[in-house]
Design a protein around this ligand. Structure first.
Ligand code: ADP
Ligand code: MG
Length: 240
């Protein structure tokens, strides 16, 4: 039976007994088998594990992009299974920023227009959105690329624009699914260094899926998934 106590204010997100099953014709395959997970304010957590272990599925559930089959997820004082689609969209917009392996910037827009997008979707005025997007680009070291299009930037710079877009609304939680998976090691260090700095300066909680042990070592905590279960959690100081 899922624990349905609300998360404490110190927690950005709390998952209890989360399962996820996918139906393929008559076959139903469960890929997450009862995940318990918490993230505290200001914590930077690495989510590691073999390919196919369920990391992206779990991140999509935490990001309110996919619904769990069972279990409970608390975020921003709300339990997600109780919310309808408009309420989930509002919670996502208030609480979450995303960075993926591929930057998913819109090629037809300039950098500042891309970064302003989450604020415009929230209903922020164009002039305020533009000003805040410009500041966010300066924070990621791209003040001089405001009017550039994504195709004019290097892979590392594109990923820094994606970080600016994820953080422009100052969400309490940033989810990053292999954000450096497509970058050389110098760009990878720069992008991770940026996440680490913004996490420290703003207290943003970050969950970063990574295959890179050098990145995992620089996180505050490491949670390892194997076959859809938490195999180890460095915060528990033991293997489960
Ligand atoms: P990871 O990110 O750790 O590589 P995933 O979360 O992408 O793992 O996948 C975990 C398992 O769930 C895999 O066996 C994958 O094939 C399966 N899976 C993921 N998404 C779907 C889907 N939409 N439909 C069916 N199976 C899926
Ligand atoms: Mg994945």
């Amino acid at each position: 039976m899922a624990d349905r106590r609300p998360a404490s204010p110190e927690l950005v997100v709390r998952l209890c007994a989360i399962t996820k099953a996918f139906a393929n014709g008559a076959t139903v395959t469960e890929v997450l088998h009862g995940i318990d997970f918490e993230l505290h304010r200001g914590e930077l957590c690495a989510l590691i594990g073999p390919s196919g272990s369920g990391k992206s599925t779990l991140l999509n559930i935490i990001g309110l992009l996919a619904k769990p089959t069972s279990g409970s997820l608390w975020m921003g004082g709300e339990e997600a299974s109780q919310l309808d689609e408009p309420a989930l969209t509002a919670l996502r917009s208030r609480q979450l920023g995303f960075v993926f392996q591929f930057h998913h910037l819109i090629g037809a827009l300039t950098c500042v227009e891309n970064v302003a997008m989450p604020l415009l979707i929230r209903g922020t005025s164009r002039s305020v959105a533009q000003a805040r997007a410009t500041e966010a680009l300066a924070e990621v070291g791209l003040a001089d690329r405001v009017r550039s299009r994504p195709s004019e930037l290097s892979g590392g710079q594109q990923q820094r624009v994606a970080v600016a877009r994820a953080l422009v609304g100052d969400p309490p939680l940033l989810l990053a699914d292999e954000p450096t998976g497509n970058l050389d090691s110098a760009s990878s260090d720069a992008v991770f260094g940026l996440l680490r700095r913004l996490n420290r300066e703003r207290g943003t909680g970050v969950i970063v899926v990574t295959h890179d042990s050098r990145i995992a070592e620089r996180c505050d905590s490491t949670v390892e998934l194997v076959d859809g279960r938490v195999h180890s959690d460095s915060r528990w100081k033991l293997q489960v």
